[in-house]
Ligand binder design. Structure first.
Ligand SMILES: NC(=O)c1ccc[n+]([C@@H]2O[C@H](COP(=O)([O-])OP(=O)(O)OC[C@H]3O[C@@H](n4cnc5c(N)ncnc54)[C@H](OP(=O)(O)O)[C@@H]3O)[C@@H](O)[C@H]2O)c1
Length: 245
């Protein structure tokens, strides 16, 4: 599943308590290439594998980013970092159907978790990735963040925060490529996945188009396995197709 990485590779999954994050950790724990997975989440979710170390961590707190990245850096180079955290709705906030529904709180929350969090995650965790052999920094984005693909409207803050994330990823890919071919920096679209994030909005989704987290995470790891420096900065979907910005 992830054969293009060196043996004894080491991964960090941020947002490891989410549907997709949990499945990514579980897949990596079963892979032969990866010997160590650090699972970062607000709850410090524990996994049933000797390869996985759990850490309590909030992506929106610079103190957590600073101290966790410093501790992990002391243990040596990493090969893969995936930011699988994200926000779409809470008890009080949800995606806006129209202009009247826009709120400062909605925009602030979406941007804090979906854009600024991954950007700051890159600031602190991307330097932990090795440059001599294949390494990847990936952030879970979404097709709805594609401006050219926006035909339905609505979901202002979520769409805008993911479009901004795509810009962060593209910009980051240009900066990192100036120094070396690795790390490769990509955004990932997981498809529509049956998780708490999508749960209230699954009504219109055909059963065949609603993926289990395990299926989606397996596909995303295939993408990560196949990705080469030529695709640096792209938003890549679960089926390995490039999603236009
Ligand atoms: N599901 C889909 O259909 C779909 C489609 C397109 C894109 N995506 C993207 O895929 C990613 C994963 O989504 P999912 O479906 O797995 O959602 P999920 O099950 O709701 O998981 C979201 C994760 O984000 C974490 N998180 C939220 N705020 C955080 C913070 N401040 N610090 C650290 N972690 C934080 C949550 O942690 P807690 O457990 O602590 O709340 C949870 O682990 C998101 O970026 C989402 O936008 C999902």
């Amino acid at each position: 599943m992830v054969d293009s990485f060196n043996d004894n590779s080491r991964a960090i999954i941020i947002g490891a308590s989410g549907g997709i994050g949990t499945a990514l950790v579980a897949h990596l724990a079963k892979s032969d290439c990866f010997c160590e997975i650090h699972a970062l989440s607000r709850s410090g979710k524990v996994f049933d594998s000797g390869k996985v170390t759990s850490h309590r961590f909030d992506l929106t707190r610079e103190h957590d980013l600073e101290s966790e990245s410093r501790n992990l850096k002391e243990t040596g180079d990493f090969d893969l970092v995936v930011v699988a955290a994200g926000f779409l709705h809470s008890g009080t906030l949800g995606p806006e159907k129209n202009l009247r529904a826009l709120s400062f709180e909605g925009f602030k929350t979406n941007f804090a978790i979906n854009t600024i969090g991954p950007a700051m995650g890159a600031k602190y965790f991307l330097p932990l990735l090795g440059r001599e052999s294949k390494s990847v920094f990936a952030a879970l984005s979404a097709r709805v963040g594609s401006i050219s693909d926006n035909r339905l409207g609505g979901w202002y803050a979520y769409r805008a925060s993911k479009a901004a994330l795509n810009m962060v990823i593209k910009t980051l890919s240009i900066e990192t490529a100036r120094r070396s071919a690795y790390p490769i920096v990509i955004g990932l679209h997981p498809g529509t996945v049956d998780t708490p994030l999508s749960e209230p909005f699954q009504g219109h989704v055909a059963e065949s188009k609603l993926f289990t987290p395990e299926y989606s995470a397996g596909k995303l790891l295939d993408v990560i396995d196949r990705v080469k420096p030529e695709r640096n900065g792209e938003l890549i979907a679960w089926d390995n197709e490039t999603v236009p910005f």
